[in-house]
Design a binder for this molecule. Structure first.
Ligand SMILES: O=P(O)(O)O[C@H]1[C@H](O)[C@@H](O)[C@H](O)[C@@H](O)[C@@H]1O
Ligand SMILES: [Mg+2]
Ligand SMILES: [Mg+2]
Length: 281
């Protein structure tokens, strides 16, 4: 079975590269912007085109595999992680960046078996950085091994986070109170690339000590979670418990020490789970 997963990973890398070409080409033209859950939750035809391209190609090669894809879920597909081999796809992570030509846009492809990530591929396509990780085999960027930062003093740390796409004032208050608490530890700085997947690759690369966010989805972080852990990092829930990929909350850090220190300062909230049954009309 191990070779099957390697074949699948090689295919994921090739597809991410092809998807990146589509994204770069689309940036040369006007981008028609549509919205999903609210006026700042953006989607474009390129998000949909890239997801279709990836899913169709995987279906031809691995007909028994299952999918969780951001735009398929938006179109009504269920979002349930089973034990079956499952491709977890964010065709464009950083759609708002893409719309504004802000230069961090990623294609994220994770692959899970028995609810455990087997490989993760994040292609930061405007930087031409291909991040990859296979369970037990380390994490790489363009073939070079990745290692998280060794800095365990949070006061000497840089932290990544995002504001997300909720504009519910209660949610925004929690995001700002967490940010305030963390800034005032004090940490060296707080940054955000505008894509969860790239933020996680920055943790894996040792450029920031940690990334946390509430409100993300499984497709934002599935691939990145393996890239972080294979680079020597740790993952946990924002309450310090075990990471649950469907919970829409994550802390990814270089060390347990930094992660646990951040958790004390995070004003946690629980968005509806990715696998929650749809609300009845
Ligand atoms: O661009 P997306 O695939 O929609 O992912 C975004 C997410 O929507 C947003 O809420 C997060 O703050 C970003 O970090 C994601 O990458
Ligand atoms: Mg995303
Ligand atoms: Mg997306």
């Amino acid at each position: 079975m191990a070779d099957d997963w390697q074949n699948a990973m090689d295919h994921a890398v090739a597809l991410a590269r092809r998807a990146g070409e589509v994204v770069r080409e689309a940036l040369q033209h006007d981008r028609k912007v549509m919205t999903k859950s609210c006026s700042v939750d953006l989607v474009t035809q390129t998000d949909q085109k890239v997801e279709t391209l990836i899913i169709q190609s995987v279906k031809e090669k691995f007909p028994t595999h299952r999918f969780i894809g951001e735009e398929s879920v938006a179109a009504g597909e269920v979002c349930v992680l089973t034990d079956s081999p499952t491709w977890i796809i964010d065709p464009i992570d950083g759609t708002t960046n893409f719309v504004h030509a802000f230069p961090f846009v990623a294609v994220s492809i994770g692959f899970s078996v028995n609810k455990q990530m087997q490989f993760g591929v994040v292609y930061s396509c405007l930087e031409d950085k291909m991040y990859t990780a296979r369970r037990g085999n380390g994490a790489f960027c363009n073939g070079e091994p990745l290692q998280v930062s060794q800095q365990e003093d949070v006061k000497q740390s840089m932290i990544a986070t995002e504001f997300g796409s909720s504009r519910d004032p209660e949610v925004v208050d929690k995001i700002f109170s967490s940010l305030r608490n963390i800034l005032c530890i004090p940490v060296h700085g707080v940054r955000g690339a505008g894509t969860a997947a790239v933020n996680m690759c920055l943790v894996a690369s040792g450029c920031v000590e940690a990334y946390y966010e509430m409100g993300i989805h499984v497709w934002d972080v599935a691939a990145g979670s393996l890239i972080v852990s294979e680079a020597g990092g740790v993952l946990m829930d924002v309450d310090g418990g075990e990471l649950d990929l469907m919970s829409r909350r994550i802390v990814a850090a270089n060390s347990r020490t930094v992660a646990e220190r951040l958790v004390i300062e995070i004003d946690a909230f629980s968005p509806p789970r990715d696998d929650a049954p749809p609300l009845k009309p």
